[in-house]
Design a protein around this ligand. Structure first.
Ligand code: 5GP
Length: 203
């Protein structure tokens, strides 16, 4: 049975740096069809193992500011001294083609998407505890103590935004988090407006 929709679902996933979003997203994308991960633009330096065009599009501050001025971004935010933003054009194309689009963005960006796209699904992902978040950031071993402290402080601020989200997923174990997100997406797909193309034959 074809499950193609007329319009894709925009999905916003937020959660503190170090919660394991990238791993959860990679696993989710491997399991589901018809979902596109929006590769963000950032001015931060690539971490070891990150690839341009795959994890992020790594650009200079000048290029990022050009994109802001040209209104090419759905949203952008400054996070721990770097810009991060979502390109508008590609996600519009995917949504119009009936493909779901997943954004991994922080809370300020999510707030802008909430204004511009109220039909998006907003999911926040948390670690099982704050101590575990600190452990994960240290274990990642890619950032200096200063950067880690900044990210933990940022995480505390981000947790205050959770009530604005629709769903809360706990990443105690990657497979559990993926299962919960998959359940949310499946439930959203079953909403009547997303199945309206099926209704004519039953009229
Ligand atoms: P990291 O440097 O750890 O990859 O990402 C830092 C934060 O930036 C994460 O919370 C991530 O979700 C967020 N982020 C990544 N891409 C974007 C984006 O395009 N827009 C916004 N607003 N945040 C983003």
């Amino acid at each position: 049975m074809t499950r193609k929709k007329e319009r894709g679902q925009l999905i916003v996933l937020s959660g503190p740096s170090g919660v394991g979003k990238s791993t959860v997203i990679a696993e989710l994308l491997g399991q589901r069809d018809n979902i596109y991960f929006s590769v963000s633009y950032t001015t931060r330096q690539p971490r070891v193992g990150e690839q341009n065009g795959v994890n992020y599009n790594f650009v200079s501050r000048e290029e990022f500011e050009r994109m802001i001025a040209a209104d090419e971004l759905l949203e952008f935010a400054e996070y721990v001294h770097n810009y991060y933003g979502t390109s508008l054009k590609l996600i519009q194309e995917k949504l119009s083609a009936g493909i779901d689009v997943l954004l991994d963005i922080e809370v300020q960006g999510a707030a802008k998407v909430r204004e511009r796209c109220p039909d998006a699904l907003f999911i926040f992902i948390i670690p099982p505890s704050f101590e575990e978040l600190s452990r994960r950031l240290h274990r990642r071993n890619t950032d200096s103590e200063d950067v880690i402290a900044g990210r933990l402080e940022k995480a505390r601020q981000e947790f205050r935004e959770i009530p604005k989200y629709d769903y809360l997923v706990i990443n105690d174990k990657v497979s559990n988090a993926v299962e919960e997100i998959a359940a949310i997406l499946t439930a959203a797909e079953c909403r009547v407006p997303n199945r309206s193309h099926m209704l004519a034959q039953f009229a």
